[in-house]
Design a protein around this ligand. Structure first.
Ligand code: TYD
Length: 209
């Protein structure tokens, strides 16, 4: 196969994204016998860690506008800086990324509401995913899953925010056809969900072969 694919997962908190990124990672390695990198946003780089430690934790207050710019800065570093950048990874293999541009639109109101910001931060200049899996799950199921989680809560882990973000994702799914968004029913047995995602990816690969 010629082209390394940039594969993105999106969804509300509690939609099972992280588990499914892992399952797809192993399916690509074991079933397709191809190389793949895993990465995420916010990243494990300095800006991503800073965002998580200070602002997602709720420890330090920040304006919506500033938070949006921090996520954008983290993404630009992720895309272009260093040997571990997305661009470098994509030269080597497929890449699975847990959250990307559409998370900023769904979560960061400032980005969602401003056309100028959308143009600047989400225009065609940055790499657009080849395929995006939107993990679709009812909000009440997501809430139950979040409640079962161990570890610290984050500022967006609340019912009102989940509703807001879910509604925005519904608009985004129709508004960004260039992200090749595939809606996956994530309210099923995780192995069935994983199979659905893998089959959808294989169909995409067959389509471009
Ligand atoms: P994290 O715990 O890293 O991952 P997840 O919840 O996906 O398992 O939390 C990331 C949070 O950051 C999540 O609530 C979504 C939010 N976020 C934004 O607000 N804007 C962005 O651009 C990105 C990438 C994430």
């Amino acid at each position: 196969m010629s082209k390394n694919l940039f594969i993105v997962f999106e969804g509300i908190d509690g939609s099972g994204k992280t588990m499914q990124t892992e399952k797809l990672y192993f399916n690509i390695k074991r079933q397709l016998n191809q190389e793949v990198h895993y990465t995420k946003e916010p990243t494990v780089g300095p800006i991503g860690v800073f965002i998580k430690e200070h602002f997602l934790s709720g420890k330090t207050e920040i304006s919506e506008e500033a938070l949006m710019y921090l996520f954008t800065a983290d993404r630009i570093e992720h895309l272009y800086t260093g040997d571990g950048s997305l661009t470098k990874m994509l030269e080597e293999s497929h890449v699975i990324c847990d959250r990307y541009m559409l998370s900023s639109l769904a979560y960061n109101s400032f980005a969602y509401q401003s056309e100028a910001v959308k143009q600047m931060a989400f225009g065609q200049t940055h790499r657009i995913p080849d395929i995006t899996f939107f993990m679709d799950i009812p909000i009440d199921v997501a809430i139950e899953r979040i409640k079962q989680r161990k570890g610290p809560r984050e500022i967006f882990d609340n019912v009102d925010k989940l509703h807001e973000v879910y509604d925005r994702y519904q608009n985004i799914i129709h508004g960004y056809p260039n992200h090749n968004i595939k809606v996956i029913d994530a309210n099923r047995d995780p192995n069935i969900v994983a199979e659905d995602i893998f089959v959808t990816l294989c169909k995409h690969i067959d389509g471009i072969a």
